[in-house]
Write a protein of this length. Structure first.
Length: 194
């Protein structure tokens, strides 16, 4: 079974291959994979031809890492080489502590807003951190910025008036169309030009 993109095992590409042989016991299908780093290879017997992804999953169950196509030994070595997360510099830790203090002083968690004159941008400017870092930290630790009640009420009033304007426009347009129809009938009845 091959899809439109080809079958890596049947096509013998990307370190994969497949052999099929027919004997007294029937057809034997063998899929083989080669490590992308060392000379190691592995093979499995299949009862039928599977998709490349399903064959890859069988090798993954045996400890292979796909991608990037590493045998179990190379996969274990690559895990050992992974660098640990870098420790923040003293300057970064100082900036984060300052950000925390500024947020405590200038962000009201109950009302969900800054005191006058403060914002994520101002905290970022004061600490030297990026505005995105301050925004993410504030959201996670202090909460979202909430819209003041008076602003929400004004927005609701605007939405109500916009709907009223749309509704009135529709009814006025319908009334004009009705009057035009009456005008056309009257003009036609009297025989005068429109």
């Amino acid at each position: 079974m091959s899809d439109k993109r080809g079958h890596d095992y049947q096509d013998g590409v990307r370190g994969r291959s497949m052999t099929t042989s027919t004997g007294a016991a029937g057809t034997a299908i063998k899929a083989r994979i080669h490590c992308g780093q060392c000379a190691a290879s592995d093979s499995i017997q299949l009862r039928h031809i599977m998709t490349p992804r399903h064959i890859d999953l069988k090798f993954i169950q045996r400890g292979w890492r796909i991608p990037p196509r590493l045998c179990p030994a190379c996969a274990a070595k690559s895990k050992e080489k992974k660098p640990m997360a870098s420790k923040p510099s003293p300057a970064a830790m100082k900036a984060q502590a300052q950000m925390f203090q500024l947020l405590q002083q200038h962000f009201d968690t109950v009302d969900g807003r800054y005191v006058a004159g403060w914002s994520d941008g101002k905290v970022a400017k004061e600490t030297g951190l990026s505005p995105d870092v301050v925004t993410e930290y504030r959201r996670t630790c202090f909460g979202e910025i909430k819209e003041p009640t008076e602003v929400a009420l004004i927005r609701a009033d605007i939405a109500t008036l916009e709907k009223l304007a749309i509704d009135n426009h529709a009814s006025i347009t319908a009334e004009i169309a009705k009057l035009r129809g009456q005008l056309a009938k009257a003009v036609d009845k009297m025989g005068i030009p429109a």
